[in-house]
Design a binder for this molecule. Structure first.
Ligand code: SF4
Length: 337
């Protein structure tokens, strides 16, 4: 078994599908952790644009724009191209080749058991259009991770099965052809999974997200419409902050006042209107530095392209080395150089 070459650092791989604008849940649940990890470990972050096609191949008119928007959001959130390798998946063809090779050894029942696959099939529109790419997305995901011999993959607790599948595929490959891949571990974020405006997990597909690019007035409107503890109707009613999505967002944006807000809600001294107004102001203020950085980055599209091209060049170097080992282990015809 071999992992990242030399050094003490472990290697991290993570990514996102560019299917929608990013929201507070993406920022607090993933990007905050990534920006910390990039200074501690060797990090690869991919914009998973091929994965975006598994459920959205009919609607590619905004594909390039969404890739660009995601890159801008990542950089504005603090990902540093000098500290991390940031690239677009389709810019590194080795992902497709390794996915093809891994698809040969991955039993179909493993894929059919995927919780995410079943969830997607429960949506009639997705189920009607489902192709082989949707069933096989865990194989492409395994290729994304294994190409970089990643040792850790930051994921939400609800995504652990994805990493289990990658470990199973790596283990099966190693059993069949000899030790080539390290089996990566899931790294769970200590950062919170944020609720959306309706109290369910914040998600672009649920229509409950507060987006990083929302203007101040939109943020204020969305926060004012958020679900709250149903037991607290009037100011003076005693609330249960732990049941309230507004309080969960206060945990990220008004940390210094969290104890006071909890006590005010529980005692009835704090009303929901006041509580939400304070939260909306804190979210708008908290996003201000992000917005300033994003506007500066957007004003220089050439610099963004250079960052992604440089990231792809570095990613191609590592991934081609892995693929050469894979082809050799499988006894495939040597590729002319
Ligand atoms: S006072 Fe704040 S934390 Fe308490 S229920 Fe109302 S909105 Fe939620």
């Amino acid at each position: 078994m071999w992992g990242p070459p030399g050094g003490e650092k472990r290697r991290i791989l993570s990514g996102m599908r560019p299917t929608a604008r990013l929201h507070l849940g993406n920022l607090e649940g993933a990007l905050r952790l990534w920006t910390e990890l990039q200074h501690e470990q060797e990090c690869f972050f991919l914009i998973a644009d091929w994965h975006a096609l598994t459920t959205g191949y009919q609607h590619t008119d905004r594909h390039r724009a969404l890739v660009r928007e995601m890159a801008l959001d990542w950089l504005a959130a603090g990902l540093d191209p000098k500290a991390s390798v940031i690239f677009v998946q389709s810019d590194v063809p080795a992902h497709a080749e390794l996915a093809l090779l891994l698809s040969m050894i991955t039993p179909v029942p493993w894929l059919e058991r995927s919780v995410t696959y079943k969830e997607w099939l429960s949506e009639p529109e997705v189920a009607r259009a489902a192709g082989l790419g949707l069933l096989g997305y865990p194989v492409l995901q395994a290729a994304d991770i294994l190409l970089y011999r990643a040792t850790e993959v930051p994921v939400g607790k609800d995504q652990s099965q994805h990493i289990e599948m990658t470990r199973d595929i790596a283990g099966r490959f190693n059993h069949l052809f000899g030790e080539v891949f390290p089996e990566p571990e899931a790294r769970h974020s200590e950062h919170p999974i944020l609720p959306g405006t309706d109290g369910r997990k914040m998600s672009a597909t649920q229509g409950n997200a507060i987006y990083l690019g929302d203007p101040a007035g939109v943020i204020e409107r969305k926060v004012s419409s958020m679900f709250t503890d149903p037991a607290k109707v009037y100011k003076g009613d005693k609330g249960h902050p732990e049941r309230c999505p507004v309080f969960a967002l206060h945990g990220c944006y008004t940390r210094a006042r969290l104890a006071e807000i909890r006590d005010g809600c529980s005692s009835g001294a704090l009303g929901c209107v006041e509580c939400k107004t304070e939260l909306a102001g804190a979210v708008v203020a908290g996003l201000a530095p992000f917005r300033r950085r994003r506007e500066a980055l957007a004003a220089d599209p050439g610099a963004l392209e250079d960052i992604l091209e440089d990231g792809a060049r570095k990613a191609r170097g590592v991934s081609e080395e892995t693929l050469a080992r894979v082809r050799d282990a499988m006894g495939l015809w040597p590729r002319a150089t």
